[in-house]
Design a protein around this ligand. Structure first.
Ligand code: FPP
Length: 244
């Protein structure tokens, strides 16, 4: 954990990796009599603000659930709106890359996304490799169970081809077969929006994560809310299965 000091002399230890389920966009919009896509638009802005703030406080990894394998069940219009926002975000991120210096990574099966979005994701990941500050992991067409099954398939294939033996598999080796290979597990998983579930997010990686739930809806989740979540995390006693 790094130590962060703001000008206002508030200081707190910042975890290395924070993961967020960006939930509540639809309700935020409904409360205002707006279409759901308006909530996603403000949600995308909330993400932009949090990603910048993450950089300021010295966070190393920020993973966000932008679109799940289950989100395809939503109305075509809503899916389209989310995809458009992602495209727009990545286009702008690519254009402003040298200013923002954020490293981009993508977890999920991108082959189901539009060719334009796939290409933007590829360019964003490729061109941002050189930056050393915060890494943003976008979970796109991502599901924790699919990720685990895919890793098991990859391992089984290697076994069949004689490249490895089943009993040689370790937890670390299995982690390396996941989308998140090389990224340390999140210490803190945040879910705004009032729902108390994991929704298939980072199932393997969050085995020992601290969860922070808040009723604040994602479009209203700003730096102050992130500070609160980090403070709550710092007040926890992490034992990893050990005694008190
Ligand atoms: C969950 O809220 C949110 C999503 C399924 C989409 C998240 C997408 C964005 C924030 C926009 C694109 C992101 C970026 C970073 C450009 P919900 O719709 O389930 O909300 P509800 O539970 O209130 O209906």
């Amino acid at each position: 954990m790094g130590l962060f000091r703001k000008k206002e002399a508030v200081s707190q230890a910042v975890p290395t990796h924070i993961a967020i389920v960006m939930d509540g966009n639809g309700r935020w919009a409904r409360k205002r009599g707006l279409p759901r896509k308006a909530g996603h638009k403000v949600g995308a802005e909330a993400f932009r603000t949090i990603a910048n703030y993450a950089k300021t406080i010295g966070l190393k990894y920020l993973t966000v659930y932008a679109f799940s394998t289950e989100n395809w069940k939503r109305a075509d219009e809503e899916v389209h709106a989310i995809m458009q926002l992602l495209e727009q975000y990545l286009r702008e991120a690519i254009a402003d890359m040298d200013k923002n210096r954020v490293r981009f990574c993508f977890f999920g099966d991108l082959t189901q996304l539009s060719p334009a979005l796939q290409e933007e994701a590829r360019i964003a990941a490729q061109r941002s490799k050189r930056y050393e500050g915060v890494q943003v992991n976008f979970c796109l067409n991502y599901g924790g169970r699919v990720e685990i099954v895919r890793a098991a398939q990859r391992f089984a294939r290697d076994c069949v081809e004689g490249k490895c033996a089943p009993e040689a598999l370790t937890q670390e080796g299995f982690s390396d077969l996941l989308y998140s290979s090389g990224v340390p597990d999140p210490e803190l998983v945040i879910r705004p929006g009032g729902e108390l579930r994991t929704s298939n997010f980072l199932l393997w990686q969050s085995a020992y994560a601290e969860y922070y739930f808040t009723d604040v809806l994602w479009p209203d989740f700003g730096p102050k809310e992130l500070d609160k979540a980090i403070a709550a995390y710092n007040a926890r006693n992490r034992r990893f299965g050990g005694a008190k």
